[in-house]
Write a new protein. Structure first.
Length: 386
């Protein structure tokens, strides 16, 4: 396909990383199994393990209605993934399956198959993707994660293409939105803003005597800046010692984990940091062997071996992102005045294998977490959600 040839030529000599989902090779569509992830909190629990609290079913995002319904119009939807990891892949799959559902309901086609890309965490690649989507005349661009959204926003400043971002932790701090209620410009989307204090409370609920906390994150990710600052402020107010270690590659993250083990920290905190997420499978075993529990800002960390993940339902977030994109296209809503959508936190995912490796009593941990969570989900270690 010409799209593949253009992308390959543009990237030759620039980067050794390849596009994982370049034109025509999108992540699994409904026919390939994405429909199995319906975007509900119930399904997320089923994918991750068992749900403890019995929270009420959520039917996913609201249905989009439109005067265009039944028109047979085809809309080109550019979906740009930042990097392969369990959370971001789950978001992408739910965006796609929800677009299929909304297209059928409204009698239109949301064509994402030819316009889905993965930048593999490379800024040069992401800029090339943005240029190609603009040249292709897509009707909307859906970037997943903060770095992707920043590059797509900058690339479309002089082009009338709306941008609907997904999983941006701090849209205002990342200078993507003027405010959460009125983003301004051509952009809006969904936020997975993290309640850092809630994760800190989980640490001390499970480990009452913890007095030395490691903070592990990537200094290159804007999304980590505020939660790391919040974590340090919390620990300072509590009079608990802490140490920071950072890494921007898998090798650096592994070395940072080794340094935290050598320091003898009692637990480690990581926010919704994609760099650490991609390295979790490589570090979780040595952390568990050292008796160090890793508390993180997403359930995908727990899926990949961390002791506990806390945060939003990423399946639902993906579905809501698709709803917003469809609303802009079908009803002509203005992204500048469309509020950024946020989600209630409160879902705790515990990796039962890691809990056992740490010598923790699962029932006791769940009892400690229950007052701090709306749901408690159990999972075992694997690479991606089913």
């Amino acid at each position: 396909m010409m799209k593949n040839r253009l992308a390959a030529m543009a990237l030759t000599g620039i980067t050794a990383l390849s596009l994982a989902a370049c034109g025509g090779t999108a992540a699994p569509s409904t026919a390939d199994g994405a429909a199995a992830e319906s975007g509900t909190a119930e399904n997320t629990a089923a994918e991750s393990g068992t749900e403890e609290s019995g929270a009420a079913d959520e039917s996913g995002a609201e249905e989009s209605a439109s005067p265009e319904a039944g028109s047979g119009t085809t809309y080109k939807v550019g979906i740009v993934q930042y990097v392969d990891d369990a959370s971001l892949n789950q978001i992408q799959q739910n965006i796609q399956s929800r677009l299929d559902e909304l297209g059928q309901k409204n009698g239109v086609v949301f064509d994402y198959a030819d316009y889905t890309y993965n930048g593999q965490a490379d800024g040069t690649v992401l800029q090339q993707i943005a240029s190609e989507l603009i040249a292709d005349g897509v009707d909307v661009i859906v970037p997943i994660a903060t770095p992707t959204a920043q590059i797509m926003q900058a690339a479309t400043e002089d082009h009338p293409i709306p941008v609907v971002f997904s999983a941006v932790s701090d849209p205002v701090g990342a200078k993507l939105a003027a405010s959460m209620d009125a983003p301004g410009g051509n952009i809006t989307g969904t936020s997975d803003a993290l309640n850092t204090e809630a994760i800190m409370n989980l640490i001390f609920a499970a480990q009452r005597d913890a007095d030395y906390i490691g903070i592990l994150y990537s200094s290159s990710e804007d999304a980590s800046t505020q939660p790391v600052a919040d974590a340090k402020a919390f620990l300072e107010a509590k009079g608990v010692r802490f140490i920071e270690k950072t890494g921007t590659t898998n090798d650096e993250v592994s070395a940072a984990a080794d340094a935290l083990i050598a320091e003898g920290v009692d637990a480690i905190f990581t926010p919704t940091d994609n760099t650490i997420m991609t390295a979790e499978l490589a570090i979780y075993e040595k952390l568990a062997e050292a008796g160090i529990a890793h508390y993180c800002g997403a359930d995908s960390f727990a899926l990949n071996g961390a002791f506990a993940g806390y945060g939003v339902d990423y399946a639902k977030l993906g579905a809501e992102t698709a709803d917003m994109a469809a609303e802009l296209l079908l009803s002509g809503a203005d992204p500048a005045s469309t509020p950024v959508r946020t989600f209630d936190n409160g879902i705790v995912t515990i990796n039962t294998e890691t809990a056992a490796a740490l010598g923790l009593d699962l029932d006791a941990v769940k009892t400690a977490f229950r007052p701090l969570a709306t749901q408690i989900i159990e999972t075992t270690t694997k690479q991606n959600f089913d």
